[in-house]
Design a binder for this molecule. Structure first.
Ligand code: PHE
Length: 345
């Protein structure tokens, strides 16, 4: 009987060695599964050896061989598990590699470059304006788009019922009392807010969105953009205003452009003027309004008119972008048609 057992255990060692080698070298999880079935499956090599257990008559030898089979099963199972996790990692990496999208290819394709976004005309113009004024020593400020009657009108020297209020077709917010809250009709209210907050001297520009009750047409939109300028210092004169407008015109439009001022009226400036710029071909375009800050406005901003003086100006950014890029109709700028917007870089 002893010889039976020893030949069986030799066979078992051979099975284990073969199975372990097969597992170590299994190239895929499928091959590993097959190797495992060959060793441990119902009709596998180990099952056959197990079946021979019954033939061992000596109880001790049978138990001993049974234990050998059990530890062989454990060793083979452990080797299989280890190899499976190795193979799964490799296979997962390969799958990730296969499924990887090479988006650089898309980015480099000319059709994709043409589809890249760009800044809106008005944003481009606003940023250029900001650059020019920063170059002239100005700071940038912003104010709220929903504004109180006080900042939009009253502090700008237009008490309730002042006829000059009708210069702006105002959109009111439903608030109590009626008419106390408006969508700002211009960026001038930010002048007051800055005077109240910043200690003078002040050299600031204030770009932003403004609102008027206007029907859209080629030159009007109910929502558009203005840029306000405010200078407060000692001994500021009208000559400083004219010089600043001229310096800006040449820096923004080019040295072949010039500017002029025409007498006008705004309640918050005295004297007031409209300013136009002259194209190289000799034609003029009206750009905006300006003037010396009215003493009542300085007072509303908390400044002493005996000590401080200043000038202000304001003009439409959309109109300027329209002018600069030869756009025929303002409405095109807001149609969100990428074929139109994509022309301007
Ligand atoms: N706020 C004026 C407007 O919207 C423009 C302006 C600004 C005029 C500053 C004078 C001084 O028409």
């Amino acid at each position: 009987m002893a010889s039976d057992t020893s030949s069986s255990s030799a066979a078992l060692s051979a099975v284990v060695a073969g199975a372990l080698a097969a597992m170590k070298s299994a190239p895929t999880t499928d091959a590993l599964k097959a190797a495992l079935a060959q060793a441990l499956g119902k009709k596998g090599e180990l099952s056959i050896l197990k079946a021979s257990l019954g033939k061992i008559t000596d109880a001790d030898e049978r138990r001993e061989f049974g234990q050998l089979i059990n530890s062989a099963t454990e060793a083979i199972t452990a080797a299989s598990n280890e190899r499976r996790s190795e193979l799964e990692n490799v296979e997962r990496d390969a799958q990730i590699g296969r499924e990887r999208l090479d988006i650089t290819e898309l980015l480099l394709a000319p059709s994709a470059t043409q589809r890249q976004g760009r800044m809106h005309l008005v944003t481009q113009s606003t940023e250029r304006l900001e650059d020019v004024f920063i170059g002239l020593g100005f700071q940038i400020a912003e104010g709220p788009e929903v504004e109180s009657d006080f900042y939009n009108f009253e502090a700008l020297n237009m008490p309730p019922s002042h006829p000059a209020r009708s210069m702006w077709d105002t959109l009111f917010i439903d608030a109590d009392p009626q008419g106390s809250v408006v969508l700002r009709t211009h960026t001038s209210p930010v002048q007051i807010r800055i005077m109240q907050e910043w200690p003078p001297p002040i050299y600031a520009i204030m770009p932003g969105r403004v609102f008027r009750r206007d029907t859209p047409d080629a030159t009007h939109m109910p929502v558009f953009h203005q840029i306000e300028g405010l200078v407060i210092d000692k001994n500021i004169t009208f000559a400083d205003l004219a010089g600043t407008i001229e310096a800006f015109t040449q820096a923004f439009f080019g040295s072949d452009f010039t500017s002029r001022l025409r007498p006008s009226y705004f309640p918050f400036t005295e004297p007031s003027a409209e300013f136009d710029i002259r194209r190289p071909d000799g034609t003029w375009i009206e750009l905006g309004g300006c003037g010396m800050v009215h003493p009542s406005v300085l007072q509303a901003g908390g400044l002493d008119p005996q000590e401080w003086s200043g000038f202000a100006f304001g003009f439409g950014i959309d109109r300027m972008a329209k002018e600069r890029h030869g756009v025929g109709d303002l409405r095109d700028m807001y149609s969100n048609d990428v074929r139109f917007l994509g022309q301007f870089t």
